[in-house]
Design a binder for this molecule. Structure first.
Ligand SMILES: *Cc1c(COP(=O)(O)O)cnc(C)c1O
Length: 358
């Protein structure tokens, strides 16, 4: 099924103003955006229009009750200049899973994919081609009823916009275990990419920064022993020759990078486990000299190496970056798949504009 998407092109591209060698993260937006309005049970008025602000009613329900969800993905150009998307269908499926939890309508996968392809094809010149750079893609949905009672909205907007992002050097991060605040508990909204989750994480992150750390490791309440995630990324440990990551429990975001890493590790025959991980085990591995690596996994940075992890009075310093075989390999693999220097034996990459047949 092909949807009718109305196109209004910008009369003045802002592309000439962009310095591809110096792109600030998340502040520069491409020329166009996709918008659809949900009313009377269907997505209507599908359109690609020049990027610009929305007018919003003061009683817009999202502003009051946070019925809003998002996705984050990247488009990149391979070395032949072909724009590629990585596993876009997984992002569509996760958006709909988030929608279920937040009492919002699905975006049909075929609509999500068609809108994504048409938008990125139109703005493909905004995809940076310098190694390590990409076009960050932000699909999201929010409630638009003008009403201050608490109930699911009956109308929504689904929007996709994109931002070119530069290659930024990720300094290894100093982490601390968070033993006061939680990101997620089973039964709450931690598995959804829902706006409110991030608002709730700001205070603990701010306090950690004031105490000299870059981010917190989230743990399960009320014991604060079982490890969940780091900041807004999934978490991996290398203990001896085994890679371990917390099992999906209902309180962990189902990261697509995490999923890719597990599939790459399986393909390469590297031992990897999804299971419960407790901080005591990490401390013990550190004391035994077996804690080789800790890294975060997410779309934006791919791999975020951990310099140190502090738990109570113990600061565990991780080995030098050059010795981080697993994290470095996974980053090289994903970057290589994106630029085409590593063959896509996984079948994850889709050329932008490819016939959409979901
Ligand atoms: C988005 C996100 C991740 C990573 O997901 P990716 O699909 O790999 O980008 C991990 N944890 C949280 C809390 C997130 O919001």
């Amino acid at each position: 099924m092909k949807f009718e998407i109305n196109l209004t092109k910008t009369t003045q591209s802002r592309l000439p103003e962009l310095d591809f060698n110096n792109i600030p993260f998340g502040k520069v937006f491409s020329d166009h955006m996709f918008i659809a309005d949900y009313k009377d049970g269907e997505w209507t008025d599908l359109r690609i229009v020049p990027f610009g602000p929305f007018e919003m009613h003061p009683a817009n329900m999202t502003l009051h009750y946070s019925q809003t969800i998002f996705e984050g993905m990247k488009a990149s150009k391979n070395k032949d200049g072909v724009p590629l998307l990585m596993r876009p269908e997984l992002h569509s499926q996760r958006l709909n899973a988030s929608a279920d939890r937040m009492c919002m309508p699905h975006v049909p996968e075929a609509l999500f994919l068609q809108a994504l392809h048409e938008l990125i094809e139109l703005d493909s010149e905004w995809i940076p081609s310098i190694p390590g750079t990409s076009l960050y893609v932000r699909p999201y949905m929010y409630a638009t009823d003008e009403f201050i009672g608490v109930r699911p909205s009956e109308t929504y907007k689904f929007v996709i916009f994109t931002c070119p992002v530069g290659s930024y050097y990720d300094k290894p991060v100093d982490l601390v275990t968070e033993q006061t605040f939680v990101r997620a508990v089973n039964g709450l909204t931690g598995e959804a990419k829902a706006g409110g989750n991030y608002a709730a994480s700001l205070l603990p992150a701010k306090l950690a920064k004031e105490a000299g750390y870059d981010q917190v490791i989230w743990m399960e309440s009320p014991e604060f022993k079982k490890i969940q995630e780091v900041g807004t990324m999934n978490l991996f440990f290398v203990i001896g020759d085994t890679v371990v990551t917390p099992a999906l429990s209902g309180a962990i975001l189902k990261g697509i990078t995490r999923k890719c890493f597990l599939e790459i590790l399986a393909k390469k025959g590297i031992k990897a486990e999804e299971r419960d991980i407790y901080i005591d085990e990490i401390v013990e591995a550190h004391l035994d000299g077996n804690l080789k690596e800790i890294f975060g996994a997410g779309t934006a940075a791919v791999v975020s190496h951990v310099a140190s992890l502090t738990h109570n009075d113990l600061k565990m310093t991780l080995p030098p970056l050059a010795e981080r075989e697993i994290g470095n390999m996974l980053k090289r693999e994903i970057d290589g798949l994106r630029d085409g220097s590593v063959e896509d034996i996984y079948g994850w990459f889709v050329p932008v504009g490819a016939a959409v047949t979901a």
